[in-house]
Write a protein that binds this ligand. Structure first.
Ligand SMILES: *[C@@H]1O[C@H](CO)[C@@H](O)[C@H](O)[C@H]1NC(C)=O
Ligand SMILES: *[C@@H]1O[C@H](CO)[C@@H](O)[C@H](O)[C@H]1NC(C)=O
Ligand SMILES: *[C@@H]1O[C@H](CO)[C@@H](O)[C@H](O)[C@H]1NC(C)=O
Ligand SMILES: *[C@@H]1O[C@H](CO)[C@@H](O)[C@H](O)[C@H]1NC(C)=O
Length: 583
């Protein structure tokens, strides 16, 4: 129940349900819609309006029925239905997002002797916060969330449920269409609209967003002068203080016509209260155990019109593997595909990006070159078929970030390129690890002694697979060949890898490591070329220099001058990271 209340943004209302399949039945749809309404809005609210029951029979034809409130058995077919062709445009043209972030440090005192009291104290502390949100002293400040725009509407302050007249309202009067009768308390959300009419991108990412800040310590005008007061509450027993960190982050949808103060009182405050209750329920069982770190994230999954909010427990570690069941059940509930990540932390909406224009995904602000192979000259394999890495990666090479790893860091750089691929495909939100962090991981899993950290020791394919497993939970296939001369025999297998997995491959042989981004293979002639991204490049990130210098390019095992690219007297290991077939 609680989970559903926090999953769907406040401001959207369930008004009906669709039943589909051969034996679909409108009554069942009506029943489902009413049940969901009761879960979301309470017994009474849930039953106070007519709901729609729609059926899609096998033929694909849609039929709509309406059921009056209070009469769950009455069904009347609707004969005229108006369909909105561009529903996404409709939703975001007429509405906006309202968001409120509220970090709370909740002090909970509990007696050492009887720790069962800590739960009661926690519940009381949560109740006190909810009461404070609704208190007439609570102050809410609203502003447009678009720091790139110069002339934003002035922020609005709402105090005790009313617009604060002390706020600067000088520039809102043009909105007062009714002249003298204009009631400032009915100032609508459209006051903060910055999207120009006719703008092309109507989506969650481009929606108008109103940022709400809660100010508890309001310095209202005090009638009497006062001195600071310290209150002393004696404890019966030895007591301890537990400070519970809570991060609330509520995202709501408001029609642009909705008065701003209602956006606060009907959407933001109930939204914060629901999140507090949800957090209370998930934290209570283990309040004194390992400190839970639960944080809400917002997502905008494909083909879902509204954003959703999900709580993730962060103390599980970075691979997010433990959360796979949570995500899988959400994918089921939302009808999302099961073969790719859509609800990982890397997919979450990042509102801080709005400050730099455009709401996008998290943390992708890296300045490194991406996808340097695009536009390079052909391989020269005639009649070959090209199989390439699928998706973006970043080019890591020697001497980057002012770190001189020339002569020993090529495998580390290749690993960084591989990890960047997993990041950019949203499989992980971890930062690309430095050489030192890579060494640290190898020590942590017991592969290396602590003295390994900080050395200039080489690593190879096996170490890379350990690190990928530890940091990302990714498994790898390894191919060994006894001599570089045997590599062309593996072309068919490599082509298959790029087609089914699409991840970059690390090739290690002798003292050199390369990243393999693709193969061009003619099955009939056996002719094959390798698309090599070379981490030994020491220059600046200048695409022209990189391509002209052949640091990213097609290499044949034997070039036109008869020179071998892969050494015949060296062993080669190929590391093929497997794409996780999971959400
Ligand atoms: C602890 O407190 C609960 C109620 O707060 C009480 O029922 C219980 O008997 C107490 N236990 C001890 C050991 O005092
Ligand atoms: C921010 O404001 C600018 C200028 O008014 C506008 O062009 C841009 O689309 C806005 N961005 C968002 C994400 O609303
Ligand atoms: C990763 O997630 C972001 C945010 O949801 C999205 O914009 C981006 O397209 C995703 N990348 C891939 C490769 O799916
Ligand atoms: C990097 O280190 C190597 C070996 O220690 C040295 O020969 C080279 O000059 C250094 N390069 C730069 C750019 O500092």
């Amino acid at each position: 129940t609680v989970e559903l209340r926090t999953l769907i943004p406040k401001g959207f209302e369930v008004i009906g349900a669709l039943a589909y399949g051969a034996d679909a039945d409108a009554q069942a749809a009506v029943y489902a819609a009413r049940r969901l309404r009761k879960l979301l809005y309470g017994e009474e609210e849930g039953d106070n309006r007519p709901v729609i029951g729609a059926v899609a029979a096998g033929s694909g034809e849609l039929k709509f029925f309406v059921s009056e409130s209070g009469k769950s058995n009455s069904l009347e077919e609707v004969d005229s239905v108006v369909e909105e062709e561009h529903s996404e445009k409709y939703v975001w043209e007429n509405g906006c997002l309202v968001r409120c972030e509220l970090p709370i440090k909740l002090p909970v005192y509990y007696p050492l002797k009887n720790t069962s009291d800590v739960e009661k104290a926690f519940v009381r502390a949560i109740e006190a916060v909810v009461a404070k949100l609704r208190d007439s002293q609570a102050v809410y400040m609203l502003e447009a969330l678009n720091k790139t725009s110069m002339d934003l509407p002035a922020p609005i302050v709402i105090r005790g449920g009313h617009l604060d007249f002390r706020a600067d309202l000088s520039n809102i009067w043009p909105l007062a269409e009714g002249g003298d009768n204009f009631d400032v308390n009915s100032l609508p959300c459209s006051y903060f609209s910055v999207i120009s009419k006719g703008s092309s991108g109507f989506s969650v990412e481009n929606a108008d967003t109103i940022q709400v800040s809660v100010l508890f310590n309001s310095l209202g005008p005090s009638s009497a002068s006062a001195v600071p007061v310290a209150e002393y509450i004696p404890a019966q027993d030895e007591a301890r203080l537990l400070v519970v960190d809570i991060k609330l982050d509520v995202l709501c949808y408001a029609s642009k016509k909705l008065p701003l103060r209602h956006a606060v009182s009907r959407l933001i405050i109930p939204g914060l209260a629901d999140q507090l209750n949800a957090l209370q329920n998930s934290m209570l069982p283990n309040l004194l155990g390992q400190h839970p770190q639960i944080k809400p994230y917002h997502f905008s999954p494909p083909h879902v019109l509204h954003p959703i909010t999900v709580f993730y427990e962060l103390s599980f570690g970075e691979t997010e593997m433990k959360q796979v069941e949570v995500r899988r059940s959400l994918h089921t509930r939302l009808g999302l595909p099961f073969d790719r990540p859509l609800l990982r932390i890397a997919n979450a909406l990042d509102f801080s990006k709005l400050k730099n224009g455009g709401l996008g995904s998290q943390q992708k602000g890296s300045t490194l070159l991406r996808d340097v192979h695009i536009g390079i000259p052909n391989s020269g394999v005639s009649g070959g078929s090209v199989s390439l890495v699928q998706g973006s990666y970043e080019y890591f090479h020697y001497l980057q970030d002012g770190f001189n790893d020339s002569g020993w860091g090529c495998a580390y750089r290749s690993l960084q390129t591989i990890i960047s691929w997993f990041r950019l495909q949203n499989y992980s939100s971890i930062e690309v690890p430095s050489h030192r962090e890579i060494q640290q991981s190898l020590v942590e899993i017991g592969d290396k002694d602590p003295s390994f950290v900080g050395t200039r020791d080489w690593i190879g394919a096996i170490e890379l697979s350990f690190v990928l497993d530890k940091l990302l939970g990714v498994t790898c296939k390894v191919i060994n060949v006894r001599s570089g001369a045997e590599l062309p025999e593996k072309c068919r297998e490599l082509a298959l890898h790029f087609e089914t997995q699409g991840t970059p491959i690390m090739i290690g042989g002798g003292v050199l490591a390369y990243t393999l981004l693709g193969v061009d293979y003619n099955e009939a002639s056996g002719d094959c070329a390798f698309l090599i991204l070379d981490p030994h490049y020491t220059g600046t990130d200048d695409l022209k220099k990189i391509v002209n210098g052949g640091w990213c390019g097609w290499k044949k095992a034997v070039d036109s001058k008869g020179k071998n690219f892969f050494l015949h007297d060296k062993f080669y290991n190929l590391l093929l990271p497997q794409r996780p077939n999971m959400v």
